[in-house]
Design a protein around this ligand. Structure first.
Ligand code: USQ
Length: 400
């Protein structure tokens, strides 16, 4: 297949390009390096050093014997986007080019507005460009499990049957996002669903859980093929942060009581799922939703798992509770479905503890890079507005 990855320089985009090329797909990519800029803006860097795009593209060619067709461009530049779609004529477009951080979107008005402008208008441009240039292409759009929030009932995959005043319908499951970033993804989902219904486009909207992991098999043997690994309060997701904290002896930063429950999956499995969705496209006019995660854990269970694996490797790890900078329930019901990918043949290959062990091994050599940015661990971006560092709390003694 001819596959275009939007956001090919990112944490997921780069490994996905490598994996799809290893499966003999022809891969092209667009990026304008915003992720690299945001990480500098928040005063951090990738714990695992990554290479320039020129070096990455050369390594790709050395590894696979073919070029990755790359363009430096922004999805807000509609004529650029349209022209590249016309040139490459993709069968599949995998859209990973959004600002992915909840805390970043909550910094202030400017960051909230930037997030929604970048994500919602960028994605709207993708829909229009597909309609105008390649209406039969399959759009795989990265949404988030966070679109659903944490309702007190089970979460289906996108839609549910509902009976109201004696009548029944199949309707979108209510979205209750918990940051301006997560709401931007809800707006994208609505626009994508509408474009499929109105123009007959085909799309898969991936409600992905939290991804963790430091490498995939296709990166082994060439350091230029590594993907980034962020650990700051905005772009580092919870397990990746815990791993970096563990390697430098910083206590694991559990926010609040730590009962927040989410769906998680390792990087390698996320790439496997996106490949399955690519190779099994939706039908013309079909808008389908996949919940993409392996298992649900509380934050406290994750911290305990990191501590347990660390102990096996003779790494002593402390866990501390900090007052929660986010406004979110830290004890709640959470039971989402995840059947659609399984029906396509998905079998998770990597489990939590094996992956934690691999991550600790991968990050140990980069301890000094993490230490250089030790200030990024204690969060100060608060959902109620303003910035104030979270303090350690004894959750047994203090209501949080
Ligand atoms: N948390 C901690 N300590 C930390 C970091 C986070 O306790 O040091 C807690 C947070 O309070 C939250 C949970 O861990 O309850 C998850 O936080 P996160 O930063 O790992 O993930 P989140 O903000 O939900 O966003 C991440 C990605 C986002 C993706 C989403 C999937 O940044 O792009 O959409 O995961 S999901 O969470 O399923 O919506």
């Amino acid at each position: 297949m001819d596959i275009l990855i939007l956001g090919v320089d990112g944490y997921l985009g780069w490994p996905l390009a490598l994996h799809l090329a290893s499966q003999q797909h022809r891969v092209a990519g667009i990026d304008c390096f915003l992720r690299r800029a945001w990480i500098s803006e928040v005063g951090s860097h990738s714990a695992i050093p990554i290479y320039t795009i020129e070096e990455r593209l050369q390594a790709f060619k050395d590894c696979f014997g073919v070029e990755l067709m790359f363009r430096d461009g922004n999805l807000l530049d509609y004529s650029f986007l349209k022209a590249f779609l016309a040139e490459f004529q993709p069968d599949t477009i995998i859209h990973l080019a959004e600002m992915p951080s909840a805390p970043y979107s909550m910094i202030d008005q400017a960051h909230a507005a930037f997030t929604q402008q970048n994500n919602v208008i960028g994605s709207l441009n993708v829909l229009w460009a597909i309609k105008e240039v390649c209406p039969n292409a399959h759009l795989i759009k990265l949404g988030t499990m966070g679109e659903y929030g944490t309702p007190n009932i089970d979460i289906p995959e996108g839609f549910f049957e509902v009976e109201f005043r004696g009548r029944k319908d199949r309707l979108p499951f209510p979205r209750q996002a918990n940051s301006f970033y997560h709401w931007s993804k809800v707006h994208d989902s609505n626009n994508t669903m509408f474009a499929c219904r109105t123009w007959g486009l085909r799309a898969t909207d991936i409600m992905q859980g939290i991804v963790f992991g430091s490498h995939i098999d296709e990166m082994s043997g060439d350091v230029r093929l590594r993907t980034r690994f962020d650990f700051d309060q905005c772009f580092g997701t919870v397990i990746n942060r815990f791993i970096c904290e563990a390697v430098i002896g910083h206590p694991l930063t559990v926010y609040g009581a730590g009962g927040q429950t989410r769906g998680f999956l390792p990087l390698q499995n996320s790439i496997q799922c996106l490949t399955l969705a690519t190779e099994n496209p939706s039908d013309p006019g079909e808008y389908r939703v996949f919940n993409q995660f392996d298992d649900c854990y509380t934050v406290e269970e994750l911290a305990a798992a990191v501590q347990r694996v660390g102990l096996e490797m003779s790494i002593e790890i402390d866990i501390e509770h900090y007052n929660n900078p986010r406004t979110e329930p830290d004890s709640h019901y959470y039971k989402p479905d995840r059947n659609h990918l399984v029906e396509l043949g998905y079998q998770p290959k990597h489990d939590l503890e094996t992956e934690i062990r691999t991550m600790l091994q991968d990050l140990m050599p980069h301890k000094s890079r993490v230490l250089e940015k030790i200030d990024v661990f204690v969060p100060d971006i608060r959902w109620e507005g303003g910035r104030r560092f979270s303090k350690k709390v004894d959750i047994k003694a203090t209501p949080v």
